[in-house]
Design a protein around this ligand. Structure first.
Ligand code: BES
Ligand code: MN
Ligand code: MN
Length: 462
């Protein structure tokens, strides 16, 4: 497909400008202050799918934010690719750490992206990566090379747990019927070394509340005589890991799928430089579970992390006080075979059991999802690898990622099809962080590579 290269070259400025327009709408799903923007973004995605050449596009209402569904069915006897992506984004805070405003996209050069990168919330996760598929469709329609049927399902609640999407998938199995699901919402090793994500971690997200006295107290009059909920919460959280950084919740590891030494040796072949890793994060050393290396700790091993902790006085100056309550948000990343609802229960039981009598503890589950692993001998994987090999000049390496897209396991359960994770972001693109960006190289390379996936998938399906 020499043509796709020239098509991208010819239209790249427009491709970039269209993405920039989409990035200007602050579709933050977590914060209801932005709800109209989220809805407006769904409309913008709908229009873009119509323009790209879908025959039918609709905005599907759900109990939450709408799902944009589009399709182009050319021949019912041909395979169908279902593209999934999300148009919602993470909250942009802390705003003061952005070098340019999160919803005023600008192109800046970086060491890793000498050709420039678009800086904006959602540029990489996931508007930029989702929009590559819209532009790839445009090319295939314009050049008359779309080799099969395609369906799009773009949601607006991924960053808050995809509740409405589960609801939608369960009710629309016939409509969503497909032969393979294609997602670009992950990353790759580097711009010189493509990789295909073969695993995602599951997730259990909870919030805990520790209550001591029924009101805030003078820390001199009462200090030492009553349990301080913040002290207790810190102690309880600290006890969730032992000295080897294993998680201490009874039963937590029971179902963890251990990898064989051969599998771990295979993983170790992926290029990784610990010094560069530390340097990129300004760290003197890494930290984690004993017996595992960094690339294992962040992918094939489960974890427990506090995401936020608060209580008491945090304003200017000092206030001598024992707070009545302390809170924390805790996430556990899970690996295949760990069931997120079971883990949530184990956590809850354990956390309540370790609380001293001087406090009461509440655990509120937020959301979660199962992990995912996919084989590398499927037609979909092979087609993706052929596509990368052609556009990057070298084959892709299979990599298990530490991130989560909980809906992927649900797709397999409800729609009975495999998902291929063709991600084009880099770890350094700062998704969920201030100064999120997406390389122009990555964006255009994605648009170039996707039509080849279609081509090889259809060829291999024959
Ligand atoms: N796109 C990410 C997930 C991701 C990023 C996976 C990079 C692999 C590599 C997705 O939008 C995300 O942020 N997922 C959440 C989970 C969700 C339930 C909030 C996550 O992983 O924290
Ligand atoms: Mn995402
Ligand atoms: Mn995300």
């Amino acid at each position: 497909m020499e043509n796709i290269k020239s098509y991208v070259q010819q239209h790249k400025d427009r491709f970039i400008n269209e993405l920039i327009e989409l990035l200007k709408i602050p579709s933050v799903s977590a914060d209801t202050a932005y709800s109209q923007d989220v809805i407006d973004t769904a409309e913008a995605v709908k229009v873009s799918l119509e323009k790209a050449g879908c025959d039918f596009v609709e905005i599907c209402d759900t109990p939450g934010y709408p799902i944009v569904y589009g399709e182009k069915i050319i021949d019912k006897s041909l395979p169908t690719v279902l593209v999934y992506g999300h148009y919602d984004v993470q909250p942009p805070d802390p705003l003061e750490l952005w070098t340019s405003p999160p919803f005023e996209p600008v192109i800046k050069k970086t060491e890793i992206h000498p050709e420039g990168a678009i800086f904006a919330r959602g540029s990489c996760d996931d508007k930029g990566q989702m929009y590559m598929h819209v532009k790839a469709l445009e090319y295939m329609v314009q050049s008359n090379t779309l080799p099969c049927n395609v369906k799009f399902m773009i949601e607006g609640e991924e960053e808050v747990g995809s509740k409405s999407l589960s609801w939608f998938v369960e009710r629309n199995q016939e409509k969503l019927k497909n032969d393979v699901i294609l997602i670009s919402d992950t990353g790759m090793i580097s711009n010189q070394q493509p990789s295909i994500t073969t695993g995602l971690r599951g997730l259990s997200y909870v919030e805990v509340e520790v209550t001591g006295p029924n009101r805030d107290l003078h820390s001199g009059l009462y200090g030492g005589a009553v349990a301080n909920p913040i002290n207790i919460l810190a102690k309880m959280i600290a006890s969730l890991h032992d000295d080897d950084n294993h998680i201490t919740i009874p039963g937590f590891y029971d179902k963890v799928q251990e990898l064989s030494l051969e599998e771990r040796a295979e993983m170790a072949k992926a290029p990784f430089n610990l010094d560069d890793y530390k340097k990129a994060l300004d760290l003197k050393d890494v930290y984690g579970e004993k017996g595992y290396v960094t690339n294992e700790r962040n992918s094939i091993r489960p974890t427990l992390d506090v995401n936020g902790i608060w209580g008491g006085y945090t304003g200017e100056g000092a206030k001598t006080v024992i707070a009545s309550k302390a809170f924390a948000k805790i996430s556990m990343r899970l690996v295949p075979n760990q069931d997120w609802e079971e883990i949530t229960e184990l956590f809850t039981k354990h956390f309540i059991s370790i609380a001293p009598a001087g406090v009461t503890v509440k655990v509120k589950p937020h959301h979660g999802g199962q992990g995912y692993v996919t084989p590398i001998d499927s037609i979909g994987y092979k087609a993706a690898n052929m596509a990368y090999t052609e556009t990057f000049g070298i084959p892709a390496i299979p990599v298990r990622s530490g991130g989560s897209i909980p809906i992927v396991a649900l797709f397999e359960k409800e729609l009975k099809s495999k998902t291929i994770l063709m991600g084009f972001g880099l770890d350094s693109d700062a998704i969920h962080s201030p100064n999120e960006h997406f390389g122009i190289f990555n964006y255009l390379k994605g648009i170039e590579t996707i039509p080849l996936f279609y081509k090889y998938f259809v060829e291999l399906s024959k």
